[in-house]
Write a protein that binds this ligand. Structure first.
Ligand SMILES: NC(=O)c1ccc[n+]([C@@H]2O[C@H](COP(=O)([O-])OP(=O)(O)OC[C@H]3O[C@@H](n4cnc5c(N)ncnc54)[C@H](O)[C@@H]3O)[C@@H](O)[C@H]2O)c1
Length: 290
């Protein structure tokens, strides 16, 4: 098991990619401290992991608030006595509008939940990660490399994380702390499928066309990469942006349409995920135009 006895704190762990990371890390032997917003099914994820023999505790709270972020890290330390891995995965994707129609309140919310969360958690976790020569993994996005029409501030928030991660990696290398960033393309969560997300249903039908592999990625396919980066197998990897976008970044056209139907089927996966599409439940989402 690649994460045996390591203690990992995962934000946004109640749903989507975060839920998958929690299950994957548990299978690799990690002890888990799971954070999500109040109302996220983070306790259910922790209970499912405990039922499977794992060690996992839930700590609900909005970690864009300084006091909650600090308390989240401190409570993990009290419970487990150490911290080896921080996964800055929490984020929101709550608006679909051209930039001039993008509401200021949505811009502010996006920065608060995508950027401030990661800064605060990194700030409070670093002293403990230095003790264990641990590591941090951010969830970035191909949108942070390429930009994204109709959600330009979201792409910008992820671009911030990419540069922030690199700075942290360079700064903390002298203490043996690594930092890396996984950059997903369109993943099969509430953000890209269903009626609760900001992407109109007609546009959702065409997502695969822009992906050379012809389909959305699965949360588990992302979790596999997090598990590697968190482990000692990745001991020489730091400051890295790990694209996991089905080829979106170098794509030049809608070549996903050329992928035959049978190759567009995602792998079955091994994790018993229950909340892949619950991430936007209860969140206000704004759409303007197509
Ligand atoms: N789904 C995609 O297509 C995609 C693509 C690229 C990157 N990502 C990134 O993956 C990560 C997970 O997204 P997902 O698709 O699994 O969506 P999701 O909505 O299922 O997961 C995000 C979770 O973060 C939680 N969260 C948000 N703000 C928080 C805060 N302040 N404190 C605590 N928890 C908070 C949410 O409630 C939610 O449970 C995000 O960082 C996102 O930017 C997703």
């Amino acid at each position: 098991m690649r994460l045996e006895d390591k203690v990992a704190l995962i934000t946004g762990a109640g749903t989507g990619i975060g839920e998958a990371i929690a299950h994957k890390f548990a299978r690799e032997g990690a002890r888990l401290w799971l954070n999500g917003l109040p109302g996220d099914p983070v306790e259910e994820v922790a209970a499912a992991l405990r039922a499977g023999g794992g060690e996992a505790e839930a700590f609900p709270g909005d970690v864009s608030e300084e006091a909650r972020a600090r308390a989240c890290v401190e409570a993990a330390l009290r419970r487990f006595g150490r911290l080896d891995v921080l996964v800055n995965n929490a984020g929101i994707f709550i608006a679909h509008a051209e930039t001039d129609a993008y509401r200021l309140e949505d811009f502010d919310r996006t920065l608060r939940h995508n950027v401030r969360t990661a800064f605060l958690m990194t700030k409070f976790a670093l002293p403990h990660l230095r003790q264990t020569r641990g590591n941090i993994i951010f969830t970035g996005s191909e949108a942070g490399c390429n930009g994204s029409p109709m959600f330009t501030p979201y792409g910008g928030s992820k671009g911030f994380l990419h540069a922030f991660m690199k700075g942290v990696a360079l700064e903390q290398a002298r203490y043996g702390v690594r930092a890396n960033c996984v950059c997903p393309g369109p993943i099969d969560t509430a953000w890209t499928r269903g009626t609760e997300g900001p992407i109109p249903l007609t546009a959702q039908e065409h997502i695969g066309a822009g992906v050379p592999l012809g389909r959305r990625g699965t949360p588990e396919e992302m979790a596999n990469i997090f598990a590697f980066l968190a482990s000692d197998e990745a001991s020489y990897v730091t400051g890295a942006l790990w694209l996991a976008d089905g080829g979106v970044t170098p794509a030049k056209d809608n070549s996903g349409e050329l992928v035959p139907e049978d190759l567009r089927r995602p792998p079955a996966g091994a994790l018993p995920l229950r909340h892949s599409h619950d991430g936007l439940r209860g969140k206000e989402v704004y759409r303007a135009g197509k």
